[in-house]
Design a protein around this ligand. Sequence first.
Ligand code: SAM
Length: 516
Amino acid sequence: MVYYCSKEHQKFDWKKSHKVECKPYKIQYSDSCGRFMTATRDIKQGEVILKEKPAVIGPRMYCKVQCLSCGRQLQPIPNDDGNMDFIRCSSCNWPVCGIDCEKAEVHREECKIMVQSKYKCDIKYECPDKAEAAYCVIAPLRVLLMKDSNPRMFESIMNLESHVDQRINTPIYQVLRPNLIMFIRQVLGMNFDDKIILEISSIFDNNSFDVRSADKTKRLRAIYLLASMMNHSCRPNTRHIYLGEDKTLALIATVHIAKGEEITATYTQPLWGTLDRRKFLKTNKYFDCKCERCADPTEFGTYLGNIYCTMCNSTNADVSRKGAMLVSTNPLDETALWKCENCGYFIQGRQMVWGNKALKEELSSLNKTGPQDFEHFIEKYKLTLHPRNHLLIQAKLALMEIYGNYKGYSLKELPENLLSRKIDICNELLEVAEKLDPGWSRFRGSILLELEAAMTIKIKKEFEAEMLTKTEAQNQLIENMVLLEEATNILKIEPHMNEALQTKLQERLSILDNTK
Ligand SMILES: C[S@@+](CC[C@H](N)C(=O)[O-])C[C@H]1O[C@@H](n2cnc3c(N)ncnc32)[C@H](O)[C@@H]1O
């Protein structure tokens, strides 16, 4: 956006400061959506748009016992009395990993004020995996402490959207309110208005990112001031990853983003249907999503939320009517009628909401340790739900993970029909990913990895069974490497992935060598 009188001055300024200042994004404002981020130039697919350290990081509101400093989930050990207990901070008694975490900077100020006010954490070990509500005070406390230690950061955090007036009346805040305020004002003796304390908690609920370590041992929530400026889209053009121990957020363009286009993230899951996404956004982020995907009754032709018309698909209906779907007459209104594309038969919006809820509950109650329940669910609803309906797609996603990865279902053990089933599911999921979470999304990367692995085994088995000649097998393996290459391009930036991908690539090359 800046001008120079000569190339020489441009180069000079680049080295001096412009390299750091020059960003491919800017923050704009609209009355309907607040602040949002747009591209100031074309951004390439895969480009890192920004890297940012957290302004504040802390435990989630309600979580299993974890180290107050690093967020690692903790297991108890026997203490001197023979009882099970956690390692604790010697000053404030909160569970920590050990002395390094006790002394870590992130814990210093809060520990000091708890000691001054003679507060000691009284979380006790009762049973494995018990979640504790006591953690809800820590992240807001860290922000309150910044008022003196880092007033500029405090102001920046307080500038974020909170929707506190709406949250304050929710059942969760009715419970949180007395506990949080009592802890800050009475237990710690900090002189803050109730409204500020609740506003900080709301700022976390509205803006924080769910930060998980790659090895799944740590889970925290963090606020990133710049990344928080991204508004939501149900078909986002970015994804983000967390780098290093300090959890630097790197924002990556999943598709080419043209100059002037909005840079968006998703606050929901790509495989949720419109009813679920809009409900989640309204209840948790307090806005009505009106994006292109939400406004499209077929969600870009995926039919992710659709069911078959019972009239057109009844056993005595004529063949030309089979396959007709019910679609919402106004997807931006949950109460709108759902009408058949073919015969005009309709049902009330509330019936769809109810049916969706009931089937979601059924799906979540299935036994997740094997494929049987998921296969049965798909069979049971194949004449009710569109094959790409989100409920069936979620069941298929579970099957993709089970076939090839679970005990008794490793790729080598899978019989031919299940190997083909896995490959078909991967291809179907890739089509959905292309429409709903396009480009270099993590979703696409992980499906490509699953597909490539299954295809490699299939080719190998067919070669060993002499169904393929050596040349045919080699050609197919080479073609298959394209999938791995694309997955590598997408995922190599993810922490711990690069090494695993290189190993995979080497394994594939040796398989290719062995068929020579
Ligand atoms: C993380 S903040 C995003 C930045 C925010 N617009 C701001 O000005 O601070 C989330 C809030 O932004 C607004 N928002 C985000 N995406 C939106 C969208 N697609 N349509 C309308 N409002 C949106 C909602 O108020 C939401 O609670």
